[in-house]
Design a protein around this ligand. Structure first.
Ligand SMILES: [Zn+2]
Length: 296
């Protein structure tokens, strides 16, 4: 899930819908995507009242069952929580169909990851296609991996809040945001399983997201490191800053903000950047930057 509806492919840590080594359909040994699957997934339809009821049930179940998530604004989460969420969502919203299709395709279980490195996309769903040796003959194996950004979750609901939406819906705590991010990624998984490809900018995804989860938009506005840098340090892209390296103060321009800032420092030994200057990039924690006045 991206924070920009149009950024899926262009962001460096993009909202993932990656298909590697896509084989010809005929070489798949498993049932795979089909018209029947599309119909089954499209038959799932909940009113917004029903979505809310099921959503709340999962919210409460997570607080009840997770050894880590003890409060709605939790500070610890494990990958087992994502497995738990998957089980709840598959039962409450997909009538067990995701699990069934994963098993049919020999792709069960899907893998779940938490990542600090996703700093723009809140989640990512990958489909990996590999050729494997099965009893002496070559077969195709499809695997899925869903990743959720802990950087964005922990940046948000940290006490200095503006209204936060995910999927176009207002979230009032960290667990709600996690659920909405997860819903978006499950829609990618459902599309992969039913259609063989997935794109959250396309109408099919939008229709599914409305029918299943009453989502109003495919993006989020969780607090990114870039926004946090502006609020906490008044630092944004293009700012002239200085920092100290081994006793030497260097000046440069902020070029990227993730968990750290990338600062381009002019140096004839560096490579040529689009600003027409030779620079060396430094990766500096935001707290160590000093904002400078003047032109770069
Ligand atoms: Zn997406």
């Amino acid at each position: 899930m991206s924070n920009d509806a149009h950024a899926c492919e262009s962001q460096p840590d993009h909202d993932g819908v990656s298909i590697r080594g896509e084989p010809g359909r005929e070489s798949l040994d498993q049932p795979g995507p089909s018209l029947e699957r599309k119909a089954k997934l499209f038959a799932l339809l909940y009113s917004s009242h029903e979505v809310d009821r099921r959503f709340r049930r999962i919210h409460e179940a997570m607080l009840d069952q997770s050894p880590q998530i003890r409060a709605a604004d939790f500070t610890v989460i494990g990958t087992d929580d994502l497995e738990r969420l998957f089980a709840h969502y598959d039962r409450e919203f997909f009538q067990g169909r995701l699990g069934e299709m994963l098993i049919e395709d020999g792709s069960h279980p899907a893998a779940f990851r938490l990542s600090r490195r996703l700093t723009s996309a809140a989640g990512q769903t990958l489909r990996r296609v590999r050729r494997v040796n099965q009893g002496g003959r070559s077969a195709i194996r499809v695997d899925y991996e869903i990743t959720v950004s802990t950087t964005l979750l922990y940046n948000t609901f940290a006490g200095h809040e503006r209204t936060v939406t995910v999927g176009g819906l207002v979230c009032s705590d960290r667990l709600e945001a996690l659920q909405r991010i997860f819903e978006h990624e499950l829609l990618h998984l459902a599309e992969f399983l039913g259609w063989g490809c997935s794109n959250c900018k396309a109408s099919n995804f939008r229709a599914l997201s409305r029918r299943l989860f009453a989502h109003e938009a495919p993006h989020h506005d969780l607090i990114t490191p870039r926004e946090q840098a502006k609020a906490a340090y008044d630092i944004q892209l293009g700012d002239l800053v200085s920092f100290e390296v081994e006793g030497v103060r260097r000046r440069g321009v902020v070029n990227r903000i993730t968990r750290r800032a990338t600062v381009l420092v002019e140096d004839h030994r560096g490579r040529l950047y689009s600003n027409g200057k030779h620079c060396i990039p430094y990766y500096v924690p935001l707290a160590l930057l000093r904002k400078e006045n003047g032109a770069s």
